[in-house]
Ligand binder design. Structure first.
Ligand SMILES: O=C(O)CCCC[C@@H]1SC[C@@H]2NC(=O)N[C@@H]21
Length: 536
């Protein structure tokens, strides 16, 4: 911290700079006035206010979207004893099921980038609400699914409408927070996926009791209720989520298509807005982007190590989610279905604990993010090795699964936060929007590999016996090693080539002096190195 002006001067009335953004907001060149330095306590207070507004809403939306996206798995076993499960009612073959699951990822991968680019051009608040409403509508349509064909179509459409949600959330955060503060926040709402995995299973017991009510089988009630909740939540988000922050004195201009939509209250007002403006202006420079800017981001080699890092951890994450119970059952074939479910849940509790423990530390020491990432991946590898080799110790093997869960948790949020950090600095807003979408989208090709080529999708490896699933475990270990190697390659290349703002954008907005960008969290790290007040 250098100085603090308790009553910073009001910006000139014609100031239309800084945090405006693209699309419907009036922006011009950045402000000329000097950046004010506020005490770190004050800055923290402002970010806590933002947290209360954004993070719980993101948690709920991610929870519901995770439920809608994954409840097809539970539907396969619901009311199976009376043949009212999804497979029996629709007459599905195993191939139909795996194709339906795969189609979701196909459209998810294809539409992540377009969705994020549209979001950065239009109102991020409205686009996020659009995603949730559309997911709710498609989720509701699943109630009427009647055969393999309609199931596959709806899974594909679900991927189309949900694409862009996860990277869009990471991008949205960078409109309000310096990238070095985003790891902990991404981790916070990411816990919704783990809670959802546990809760959806438990709540499905209730939906099974509704089997036959109103002529609908249990899984149809589940699809209907989650879908309708999604629509209601999405509409509510239009009123709740703030639009991108404005520079002081800047006027929000609405284009024709958002004029008829309800306005949402500004995220911050008065001095809070001023403090936020001065802190965020160090790192965030809104600038309308062109196709040329997009092209430069796509040509940036920094994308590819990040994609490979994500490929491994999301692939193993989704693989564990889908096949974890299959692995538990293979450890001891005498486990009952209920025992398998009970043993499955602690994997996600470990995942959740690790997210909450590690992501705040990785923000505090954000210069070492790739090391936190690699350490967590090593824990997963240790877990997979234990599952593979501790053949005569069933609880040891189960402990290996818990290690996988623990190592899994922090990796996805750290990867997204590092992407934000690198691309915000280098390519600004379009960099974050594009890179987060490509890292998530292309990285999810890893989910397709682990979901469809491993475990039960690999008949020779799934043959009963002492070495069941051994090769699938080796493939998982292999792609995790690739993730670690990619993070080290990235560190080495960044050391050699650096990560200065791209010279394609320097000077374009008159604000790239080349001076070191130092945001509030980074300054805090310099001044308070250590663990003090970490959870604030
Ligand atoms: O595409 C997304 O929504 C983000 C990545 C999802 C990763 C899944 S969520 C459940 C499981 N737990 C993890 O830590 N990774 C996977």
């Amino acid at each position: 911290m250098t100085s603090h002006d308790p009553d910073p001067p009001s910006p000139p009335a014609d100031l239309k700079a800084g945090l405006g953004g693209t699309g419907h907001i009036n922006i011009a060149s950045p402000a000329q006035e000097p950046i004010q330095d506020y005490p770190i306590e004050r800055v923290e207070q402002v970010y806590r206010k933002l947290d209360l507004r954004i993070i719980p809403a993101f948690w709920v939306l991610y929870f519901l979207n995770s439920a809608i996206r994954s409840n097809i798995g539970i539907a396969q076993t619901m009311n199976a004893s009376v043949k009212h499960d999804l497979v029996s009612v629709l007459g599905l073959t195993p191939k139909d099921v795996s194709t339906a699951l795969a189609l979701f990822y196909v459209s998810y991968v294809l539409f992540d980038l377009p969705s994020n680019l549209i979001m950065s051009r239009l109102s991020p608040r409205v686009w996020m609400a659009r995603i949730v409403i559309a997911v709710g509508i498609i989720g509701t349509c699943f109630t009427a699914v009647n055969d393999a064909w309609s199931l596959k179509l709806l899974r594909f459409l679900l991927g189309v409408v949900i694409a862009g949600m996860w990277p869009g959330m990471a991008y949205y955060l960078t409109l309000f927070y310096p990238p070095s503060r985003t790891g902990k926040r991404i981790g916070m709402y990411f816990t919704a996926a783990q809670v959802s995995a546990a809760v959806v299973g438990l709540v499905s017991a209730g939906f099974q009791q509704m089997d036959g009510l109103g002529g609908l089988v249990g899984f149809r009630w589940m699809f209907l209720i989650y879908g309708l909740l999604g629509v209601i939540l999405g509409v509510g988000l239009l009123w709740w989520l703030p639009d991108r922050p404005l520079a002081p004195g800047e006027v929000r201009e609405k284009s024709w298509w958002v004029k008829w939509l309800p306005p949402s209250p500004e995220a911050l007002t008065g001095e809070d807005a001023m403090v936020h403006y001065h802190d965020l202006r160090r790192v965030y420079h809104a600038r309308p982007w062109t196709l040329k800017d997009l092209w430069f981001v796509l040509l940036d080699w920094r994308l590819w190590p990040l994609v490979l890092m994500y490929f491994g951890v999301v692939g193993v994450g989704i693989g564990t989610q889908l096949y974890g119970s299959v692995i538990i059952a293979s450890i001891n074939s005498n486990f009952t279905g209920v025992q398998v479910s009970l043993l499955f849940a602690p994997i996600w509790i470990m995942d959740l604990i690790a997210i909450l423990l590690v992501t705040p530390i990785s923000d505090r020491f954000h210069k070492f993010r790739p090391l936190f990432f690699s350490a967590a991946v090593c824990v997963q590898i240790a877990g997979l090795l234990t599952v593979t080799f501790a053949l005569d110790n069933q609880w040891g093997r189960y402990g290996g699964l818990l290690l996988i869960g623990f190592g899994l948790g922090p990796t996805v949020p750290i990867c997204m936060a590092w992407t934000n950090e690198i691309f915000q600095k280098r390519h600004r807003e379009v960099g974050v929007a594009t890179a987060s979408a490509l890292v998530s989208g292309l990285g999810n090709l890893g989910s397709i590999v682990t979901t469809y080529a491993l475990y039960t999708g690999w008949p020779e490896d799934a043959a009963p016996g002492r070495y069941r699933y051994r090769n699938s475990n080796f493939v998982m270990i292999g792609i995790l090693c690739m993730s670690i190697a990619s993070s080290f390659v990235m560190i080495a290349l960044l050391k050699v080539f650096g990560n200065e703002p791209s010279n394609k954008i320097v000077g374009s907005d008159g604000n790239d002096s080349g001076e070191e960008i130092l945001d509030g969290a980074a300054r805090r790290e310099v001044h308070q190195r250590g663990f003090s007040r970490l959870i604030k």
